[in-house]
Structures are given as structure tokens and as C-alpha cells.
Write a protein of this length. Structure first.
Length: 467
């Protein structure tokens, strides 16, 4: 793979940092460590590129469609690299690449045309949409390519340029993706920068950046917002979730168990909108726990490049330590591991798929986002109790309700305090729908036309009917 950053914004001082394979815990490659003071040149070039990129929407659409084709063609190079640095099974890496290409095509075909205002006055008023300028994106390590595309596809389609910083845990596939896409774009329209902090903080607070879009933790999101406030840049923050799944008392447990399990454990539980808590009615509680535990005990855990692996490792050592800490505290407080409950005795960052029963509701594994292959299951006596518990959190990303009576399930879903509620499935998104959290789960909207308009500003022209 190329070792320089796309375009002219390569690291010139020779500093590099190791990238680890989470299946072994050992370094397998390096990435450039760009210094914060190099961002001045990067952002200035992004601004220069914006002056021409913003002009021709048809040319932008054609370029993004060509970029989508290039991404698909590079799948056999991108997918193994993504799996190597992130850990997920190879099939999931291919799915992530396909999603990135699909998102480029979706936004390439959206047209933010002018909108006329009719208000009874003898004035012709029209709202026209204009791009913001250089946009900064900071992306986490769980879905590096998918989340990168969720940021650059609408931003570039709107006529902005972008400087994108991936997580230092997963920089390589994103750099390669940038190189692939750069073959279809003018120079400096999309620039990838890699490195450890304070690179991200400097990017978020750079005075030349007009919009900062970030996905990650709540504390870092607050810091990003504070940095962007210095230049009054717009912010879009997706700050994770602690999604609850409420199982109703009319449910067929065996019918939903497989879907419910994978809604929690896909990508080793490292999904912002994964199910992270299950509330089951008391009379079905043991059955729900056992059905989930049986799947946790039989799922194949291994390196993502192994064809038989269904779950890979946790991505990095700090996150593995967090998962271990939350699980150990729950067990010490009286919880029971119906499955798993421990790190696997092998190289790499592997943790046994874990189902926790009899968990005290105040345990951090319930109240916080564990972001790993651990799922607490809690009983409830009344539906009001379950809804109250589901909403009793600072998070508000997603939630789901599982039952046979769909009208009843929808009525319960309507009571959830979150941005998206699903019925009998979870964490499935259309490219055309808005994605947003409430409370501490975020600010702003991604996805669909809302994501495009989040990268634009209105410009109003008033013209009298007569001179």
C-alpha cells in the first residue's frame, strides 16, 4: 500500500507509529505520524481546492460516482487490510466497503436545488444552498471506512472539501481508501491525516475549518465541541449509545433469539447502536438468558482472516481492559455469567462472548457503554418499569422492542427516548433515513437529505417582481 498521504499532504518529517493486529497484539505495519503544525498547510490546500470544487455540482456527482466504482474495484485490497487492523471477520470488512461505495452513490445523486418562498409579498424569494468550506472529520476505530464515508460522502457532494483523521488504531485502510478515492477527485479535495493526539484536537479547533464532524466518546466529543467553538465552526457529534432492547411478554423467544444476539454482538459488540442492555419479562427471563447464552457459547471466535470466524477480537488493549473491568465489577457485585465472563487464553485481544444475568441495575456494565462482547440481561415486572429503566440513562441513540403484536410493540417503541427505535430488529439503517441521537448521544443529524443539508448553508435572494 502507499505510504504517503493522498495529494500533497504527506508527512515529511519521517515520524511513524506502529499499527497492531488485534488478533495477535503485535505490530504488523506503520503509519505516518503527522504533526499538528502541518495542518496549516493541509487546511490551506483544502481551502484552495474548495474554491473550484464548490462550483460545478454535475462534475462533483460524476467524480463521486467514479470514486464509488474505484472503491468497489479495490475491495480485495481494502478488506484484508481493514480486517488486519480492526479485527472483524473478512465478510464484514467487504460489507463495510460495499456500504462506503453505496453511500458515495447515494449522495452523488442528491440535488439540493433552490427552494422558492411564497408569502404573499410582491417579492420573489429563493433559498439557494451553498457549501461551508473545508470540513474536518474525526473517525473512530470500530467502522473506519463506513464512518469515514458517512462523513466525506455528504460533505463532498455538498461542495465542501474534507480533512479526515482516522483513529490511530485503524489508520491504514482509511489511508488506502483515500488513495483509491483520490484517483477520481481533484487534488486536496479529500485529505487523510494520521497520528496521535494532539493532532485531532488541533484539527477540530483549526480556524480554517468550517464544520467538524466527530464520532466517538462523550468526553472527547465535548472537547471537540469546545475546540470548534473558538472559530464558531458547525459541529456534528455522534457520541455513542447504550441501546436498550425491551422483550415483550408475547414474544416467541426462539424466533427472535438469533436476531437479538447478533444485534448485540456484531463486530464484537463494538457498534455505537448495538443492543447493550436487554430487559425481559420476569416469566420469560430464564428462557431469554438461556437462549442468548447458548448462542454465546457456540459462536466461533477467532482472527478475522480465518474463514470460520464469526466474531473477531476486541480492537485494542485499552478497550479490552474496559470490557474486563466492567465484567469483573458486575460479577463481584453479584451478577452471574450465563456464558463467558473472561478473557480468552490466547494471543491477541479476545474476550469470550458474555451473557450476564442477575446484574444489579446500577452496575457500570448496565449504566455505561461497555462497547464489547458483553450483554447484561435484566428482568422487569411491568412494562412501565421496563420503559422507565430503558430511558433512565444519559444516552439516547437507539432502542428496540421485540414482540408478536406489532401495534403494541410500536406503542412501546414510541415511548423510548432515543433517535431511532426498531421493532423486532435493531441497528439497521437505510442510507435515506436520518441518524441522530438525543441527550448525550449527540448533536446534529447524519444520513439522508438531512446529512447533506447539514453540510450546506442557506443563501436567500430577494428580487422584486418589478424594477
Amino acid at each position: 500500500m502507499p505510504t504517503s498521504l493522498p495529494g500533497r499532504a504527506s508527512a515529511t518529517r519521517g515520524e511513524r507509529f506502529a499499527v497492531l493486529d488485534p488478533a495477535t497484539g503485535e505490530a504488523f505495519d506503520e503509519a505516518p505520524h503527522q504533526q499538528p503544525d502541518q495542518l496549516d498547510v493541509v487546511v490551506e490546500r483544502a481551502h484552495e481546492a474548495w474554491l473550484s470544487w464548490r462550483v460545478d455540482s454535475l462534475a462533483r456527482s460524476k467524480a463521486l460516482l467514479a470514486a464509488a466504482d474505484a472503491v468497489e474495484a479495490a475491495g480485495t485490497d481494502l478488506a484484508p487490510l481493514l480486517t488486519r487492523e480492526q479485527g472483524k471477520p473478512l465478510a464484514e470488512s467487504y460489507a463495510e466497503i460495499a456500504r462506503a461505495a453505496a453511500r458515495l452513490r447515494y449522495f452523488a445523486e442528491l440535488d439540493p436545488g433552490p427552494q422558492k418562498i411564497t408569502d404573499g409579498r410582491p417579492v420573489r424569494s429563493e433559498v439557494r444552498w451553498r457549501p461551508l468550506g473545508p470540513v474536518a472529520a474525526i473517525v473512530p476505530w470500530n467502522f473506519p471506512l463506513q464512518l469515514a464515508s458517512a462523513k466525506f460522502a455528504p460533505a463532498l457532494a455538498a461542495g465542501n472539501t474534507m480533512v479526515l483523521k482516522p483513529s490511530p488504531f485503524t489508520p491504514l485502510a482509511t489511508r488506502l481508501l483515500g488513495s483509491v478515492i483520490s484517483t477520481a477527485l481533484p487534488e486536496d479535495v479529500l485529505t487523510i491525516v494520521t497520528g496521535h493526539e494532539p493532532l485531532g484536537a488541533r484539527l477540530a479547533s483549526h480556524p480554517g475549518i468550517r464544520h467538524v464532524t466527530f464520532t466517538g466518546s462523550i468526553p472527547t466529543g465535548r472537547a471537540v465541541a469546545e475546540g470548534a467553538a473558538a472559530s464558531l465552526a458547525r459541529v456534528t457529534l455522534e457520541l455513542g449509545g447504550n441501546d436498550a432492547a425491551i422483550v415483550l411478554d408475547d414474544v416467541d423467544v426462539e424466533r427472535i433469539a438469533e436476531r437479538l444476539f447478533w444485534a448485540a454482538f456484531r463486530n464484537c459488540g463494538q457498534v455505537c447502536m448495538a443492543v447493550k442492555r436487554v430487559y425481559a419479562p420476569a416469566r420469560l427471563y430464564s428462557q431469554v438468558v438461556e437462549a442468548l447464552a447458548q448462542r454465546a457459547k457456540t459462536v466461533v471466535v477467532g482472527a478475522g482472516l480465518d474463514p470460520g470466524s464469526q466474531l473477531g477480537p476486541v480492537n485494542n488493549a485499552p478497550q479490552l481492559a474496559r470490557v474486563e473491568r466492567y465484567t469483573a465489577q458486575a460479577l463481584a457485585d453479584g451478577a452471574r455469567a450465563a456464558a463467558g465472563g473472561h478473557r480468552l487464553d490466547r494471543p491477541g485481544y479476545f474476550f469470550a462472548p458474555t451473557i450476564l444475568a442477575d446484574v444489579p441495575p446500577a452496575c457500570p456494565v448496565v449504566t455505561e457503554e461497555q462497547f464489547g462482547p458483553v450483554l447484561p440481561v435484566l428482568p422487569y415486572r411491568s412494562l412501565d418499569e421496563a420503559v422507565e429503566a430503558a430511558n433512565d440513562t444519559g444516552f439516547g441513540l437507539g432502542g428496540s422492542v421485540w414482540g408478536t403484536d406489532l401495534d403494541r410493540a410500536e406503542a412501546v417503541a414510541d415511548r423510548l427516548e432515543c433517535g431511532t427505535a426498531w421493532i423486532n430488529h435493531h441497528a439497521e439503517l437505510s442510507l435515506a433515513q436520518p441518524f441522530a441521537g438525543i441527550k448525550e448521544s449527540g448533536v446534529g443529524v447524519a444520513g439522508g437529505p438531512w446529512g447533506l443539508y447539514g453540510n450546506l448553508r442557506p443563501f436567500v435572494v430577494h428580487r422584486p417582481e418589478e424594477a
